[in-house]
Ligand binder design. Structure first.
Ligand SMILES: *Cc1c(COP(=O)(O)O)cnc(C)c1O
Length: 391
């Protein structure tokens, strides 16, 4: 009998770590020359902040980009969200999701509002609209929902519940720049939507944000609230904060905005490549495409079902680091697990079974226009090798 060379049989492909680290995102940057051109204009004007020319231009462009009638720009999304709560004069309790970035829940605390956590939908990972009504009490004043990873919440159902119980609706749309439902800008739903223009977001101004809303009566008060409540030199009419976007941020936004569609197209191809490579792999799933919804291309996340995949999300996350790939466990831990909120009755694990399951499954993959297709292929190769337990 011929001797079997064991070494040949178990020959496994060797993969080297990436030479340079691959991060979950890279900021979209316009050409430096375009930016310097803008800076020259600002220098000549000697107007650096307080509703300058760049600010006015960007605000107008944002109403077009977001397809909504009113926009107020801010120095960041968190301050914008704080101001949204102030503008609606919220009191008492606000029903919200535990599966989000810390800012969403913190904003309620900064307004002395009590977060009431509602469990999430197992597919969209957004607040489960069917579980909201059971949480409403006489103290409830609003619903603060998040369009997680750019997937719209069930805006129709949430709108109906709000109307029935006379509640305000605020959307944290930090991931939802450019998202539309059947051609309607996402900010046309709810009372106020917040967008973040942080460097990690698809469209950004380094730091920045905006409130978008359909009620034009809000404009005056929101703009007062972000500028110390100053109506004129000698009249201060309410306790405002400093939430102003400056001219340099606005200028960066104006030049970056030109490249956003291009970036979207690149990300679309990257997403297709990921799905092509990973499709059918047991235990891995992707966010569903929803008919009539325009994608934000903000994140590309996968969900790992440990039992079916054979390895946990955390195993993948750690193994990727060895290959110089830095994925993110968005949003781990849940807001309801933070020490500052865990004491709340609604934060109890048994009340949030779906969120507590999902939070262990989601991994945000490297996703930015500059990512090369061959790198996506290699990242997927790593996943496949982990699945077969070769690594
Ligand atoms: C980025 C983000 C924020 C915070 O926005 P900033 O502009 O960084 O203050 C809030 N909520 C969510 C869901 C985010 O992703």
């Amino acid at each position: 009998m011929k001797k079997i060379n064991r070494k040949n049989i178990i020959e496994r492909p060797k993969l080297k770590a990436f030479e340079k680290p691959i991060y979950v995102t890279r900021p979209l940057l316009p050409s430096i020359d375009e930016m310097t051109g803008k800076l020259k204009v600002i220098w000549e004007s000697q107007w650096l902040t307080n509703n300058g020319a760049q600010h006015q231009m960007l605000e107008k462009k944002m109403t077009e980009a977001l397809k909504v009638s009113n926009v107020s720009l801010f120095n960041n999304g968190t301050i914008a969200l704080i101001v949204a709560c102030q503008n609606l004069d919220l009191k008492g309790e606000v029903i919200t999701t535990p599966f989000t970035f810390p800012a969403t829940t913190h904003v309620l605390s900064w307004n002395r509002l009590t977060p009431v956590f509602c469990d999430i939908d197992p597919v969209t990972m957004n607040i489960d609209a069917d579980k909201i009504e059971a949480l409403i009490t006489p103290r409830t004043s609003a619903i603060l929902a998040v369009h997680v990873f750019g997937t719209p919440c069930d805006v129709e159902k949430i709108g109906k519940i709000a109307k029935k119980h006379n509640l305000k609706v605020i959307y944290d749309a930090a991931h939802a720049f450019g998202v539309e439902i059947n051609g309607r800008g996402i900010a046309n739903f709810g009372d106020i939507s917040m967008f973040s223009f942080h460097a990690t977001k698809l469209f950004h101004t380094a730091e920045g944000g905006a409130l978008a809303y359909t009620n034009k009566k809000y404009k005056k008060q929101i703009d007062l609230l972000k500028n110390f409540g100053i109506a004129d030199e000698e009249t201060i009419i309410l306790p405002g904060i400093n939430g102003k976007m400056n001219e340099i941020q606005a200028a960066l936004g104006l030049v970056t905005l030109k490249y956003v569609n291009d970036e979207r197209k690149k990300r679309e191809l990257i997403k297709k490549e990921y799905i092509k490579q990973l499709f059918g792999l047991k235990g891995i799933s992707f966010l569903p495409e929803i008919k009539g919804v325009r994608n934000s291309y903000q994140y590309f996340v996968v969900r790992i079902d440990e039992k079916m995949f054979g390895r946990s999300r955390d195993y993948l996350y750690e193994k990727f680091k060895k290959f110089n790939v830095f994925t993110r466990k968005y949003f781990y831990p849940l807001c309801s697990q933070y020490e500052c909120y865990a004491y709340l009755n609604s934060a109890k694990k048994e009340k949030l079974p779906v969120a507590n399951k999902v939070v262990k499954e989601v991994l945000a993959m490297p996703f930015f226009g500059g990512l090369k297709v061959k790198d996506v292929k290699k990242i997927c190769q790593i996943i496949k090798m982990i699945h077969t337990k070769w690594i």
